[in-house]
Design a protein around this ligand. Structure first.
Ligand SMILES: CC(C)(COP(=O)(O)OP(=O)(O)OC[C@H]1O[C@@H](n2cnc3c(N)ncnc32)[C@H](O)[C@@H]1OP(=O)(O)O)[C@@H](O)C(=O)NCCC(=O)NCCS
Length: 231
């Protein structure tokens, strides 16, 4: 690994080794520096399984920026029986903002409560007031007239990869939705994503969010940055 200089972070370039929390111990990360970033030496980093911060790493938090080519993303199979789930573009900005905020609030106040920092919550509130209300596009899965899933994001210039990408800012599937209905909602939303994106897809996932890491790994996403911080 090779260290590169920066201000509020130390950055190391990762070679071909699969990502593991053990990297934290191998890097020089002074107590006063906020972030430890791992970035690939070239291209993408290897990650075979969701990254876990537990045991001796339980006092660290972190996030992963993932990337995948739209045309390389496998689409899960649509169940062959009727499920009553339909996916469409959200045409009402108000509906988009309400569904986005209400489902994300459950996540922020529930599973994410311990891990999402005050700065991240502030950034999320600012994002909702400025970007969400103007530029985010989303697809929704409906069953029985009720939303049961959504995926949303926007086209953005991403300096980290010097490319435009469709940055997926939120994905949600109702936890009550199971079996073929869940599979239909997921397949439909991913098909919608493919049809409504440019060639590069990206996302950010908190490391504690194992379900979301798995979701993106199963779709062939690979990390382009892993950021650790002390909690
Ligand atoms: C991330 C997410 C979209 C992934 O959905 P997914 O690919 O279906 O994967 P999940 O882990 O949620 O579900 C896998 C299985 O576990 C089940 N499951 C999901 N939540 C469960 C829970 N709390 N308890 C028990 N089982 C659960 C699902 O029903 C599914 O089983 P099935 O396929 O047999 O129906 C979904 O977990 C979600 O909406 N999470 C909350 C929002 C979130 O974290 N968004 C990502 C932000 S980056």
């Amino acid at each position: 690994m090779k260290k590169a200089a920066y201000t509020d972070r130390v950055r190391y370039n990762c070679g071909d080794a699969a990502l593991a929390p053990g990297f934290i111990g191998k890097c020089k990360w002074p107590a006063g520096v906020k972030f430890l970033d791992l970035e690939p030496r070239r291209g993408l980093m290897r990650m075979d399984e969701p990254l876990k911060l537990e045991g001796r790493y339980k006092n660290y938090g972190g996030g992963i920026i993932f990337k995948q080519g739209r045309d390389n993303m496998p689409l899960p199979l649509m169940p062959d029986r009727k499920t009553g789930v339909a996916v469409r573009t959200i045409t009402s900005r108000r509906q988009l903002c309400e569904l986005y905020a209400s489902t994300q609030d459950v996540f922020h106040k529930g599973a994410g409560k311990k891990y999402i920092t005050a700065d991240q919550l502030k950034a999320s509130a600012l994002f909702r007031r400025t970007v969400l209300v103007n530029r985010v596009k989303g697809g929704v899965a409906i069953k029985g007239g009720k939303p049961v899933g959504m995926i949303a994001g926007l086209k953005r210039w991403i300096p980290l990869v010097s490319q435009y990408a469709r940055f997926i800012t939120w994905v949600w599937l109702d936890r009550e939705l199971r079996g073929p209905q869940r599979a239909a909602a997921k397949a439909g939303l991913l098909k919608w994503l493919k049809e409504n994106s440019g060639t590069v897809l990206m996302s950010h996932v908190h490391i504690f969010n194992q379900r979301s890491q798995r979701f993106f790994l199963d779709l062939g996403f690979k990390p382009v940055r892993v950021r650790f911080y002390r909690v």
